[in-house]
Design a protein around this ligand. Structure first.
Ligand code: NAD
Length: 391
């Protein structure tokens, strides 16, 4: 896609044209919003649109610090209850991620029950946009697993409440920012473990060389780390090993290799009853969301003497980057980089609080998030600016 063309297309869309489109969509659609009452959540809405073949859920967990920001996940969930469980867990996670990152947003997420490869259509995304519009800005959508920038563009035809579009003030690929936050988190773990944050000669084992891992591996290489890598994509592993002198191990071996720091950057649930006894690392610091299968696994890591960088803190760089699009001054990569850089300090504080309270680092990070929400620390004072409607 040519970003300049898209930018032109969006900037040419007058406010009236978009409003007319949205109105037309509302009239013609069979869109229905049903409020679900879920304890502990501000608003959970079941969205259906027969004509657009849309079944979705939008969950707004908490907006104390600002409007709920979170991606649109598209997955062929086996049941509505599976989708509900996922969106509740994910939206709550976003509340804590945003509170810790101090971006002035709350926690929200949406899920569409569909196979992104075979069932997703522009009409479906437009209908989703209409549903988001009806929430009046309480929920702001973004890309997530199964959704693309093209989908966000179709959502944008119905509502301005979406980030991550390709336009002049867009933030672009979050990967390098998430990876930089994880790199800083790995440095903070080294500082806590060894008294120095130098990674020279330290061994880091990296699981997953995707949008985040492929940047992280380079940052680590240039910082002097010894690397052990694994990915299910054999060609990718070979290519990256060649330029970083990394040792390759199989995906089955990566979690149990001997190393200073293990960095899971592939998928969630990697810290569980089976893996904890097998770990031969001193710390775990990676990008993957929901690394702990259950909260109690944070305590189990502490008992094994393994330092854990809570995932929703260390992987906040992508959120910091995308949310910067809604700053009044518009997106600025230096601003995002500088905020991402501070993940180091935030994690160092969490390690110290956990140690002082004889608690797991996961529990300490949750407590910090709760404290910020309770006292409104980092609360948004200026409404987000949607630059995609400014001509
Ligand atoms: P991605 O899909 O681009 O990359 C995942 C990589 O993991 C792929 O290269 C894949 O081949 C590999 N992989 C899959 N199964 C594997 C296995 N069994 N062993 C080893 N490698 C395996 O995803 P990503 O965007 O790099 O994100 C990685 C993780 O970080 C995800 O959990 C994601 O939710 C989380 N995260 C990403 C961002 C971001 O900015 N992209 C932000 C926050 C959190």
């Amino acid at each position: 896609m040519n970003p300049q063309l898209l930018e032109k297309e969006i900037t040419q869309d007058s406010k009236q044209r978009l409003a007319a489109l949205a109105e037309e969509g509302r009239k013609a659609s069979t869109l229905q919003l049903e409020q679900l009452s879920i304890k502990g959540y501000e608003q959970v809405v079941k969205v259906t649109d027969k004509k657009a073949q849309l079944t979705a859920i939008i969950a707004i967990h908490d907006t104390t610090l600002g409007p709920a920001l979170g991606g649109v996940r598209i997955r062929p969930y086996a049941s509505f209850n599976d989708a509900l469980e996922d969106v509740l867990r994910l939206s709550k996670g976003m509340t804590y991620k945003s509170a810790i990152a101090e971006v002035g947003f709350g926690g929200g997420k949406s899920v569409i029950i569909a196979d992104p490869k075979t069932q997703k259509t522009p009409e479906m995304m437009f209908a989703m946009g209409n549903a988001i519009e009806r929430l009046g800005g309480n929920y702001i959508a973004a890309e997530d697993v199964g959704s693309t920038m093209e989908d966000c563009k179709n959502i944008r035809r119905a509502t301005k409440y979406v980030v991550g579009l390709s336009q002049a003030k867009s933030s672009g690929d979050p990967g390098p920012f998430t990876a930089w936050g994880v790199f800083r988190g790995i440095q903070s773990a080294a500082k806590k473990l060894f008294g120095s944050d130098s990674l020279e000669g330290r061994t880091v084992a990296l699981q997953g060389l995707g949008c985040v891992g492929a940047y992280l591996v380079d940052y680590l290489f240039w910082a002097g780390a010894r690397l052990i890598i694994a990915d299910i994509d054999e060609a990718k592993v070979q290519k990256i090993a060649k330029r970083t002198d990394a040792k390759i191990v199989s995906p089955d071996q990566i979690l149990s290799v001997e190393c200073d720091i293990l960095s899971p950057c592939a998928f969630g649930g990697v810290i569980n009853d089976q893996t904890i006894p097998q770990f031969r690392c001193k710390a775990i610091a990676g990008a993957a969301n929901n690394q702990l299968l259950r909260d109690s696994h944070g305590v189990a890591l502490k008992e094994r003497g393994i330092l854990y960088a809570p995932d929703f803190v260390i992987n906040g760089g992508g959120l910091l980057n995308v949310s910067a699009e809604l700053e009044e001054m518009g997106y600025n990569p230096t601003f995002s980089r500088n905020k991402t850089h501070r993940i180091y300090d935030c994690l160092s504080a969490i390690y110290d609080i956990a140690e002082k309270n004889n608690d797991s680092t996961h529990a300490a990070a949750i407590a910090l998030g709760d404290y910020r929400i309770k006292y409104g620390i980092g609360k948004r004072l200026i409404s987000p600016t949607f630059h995609s409607i400014i001509e």
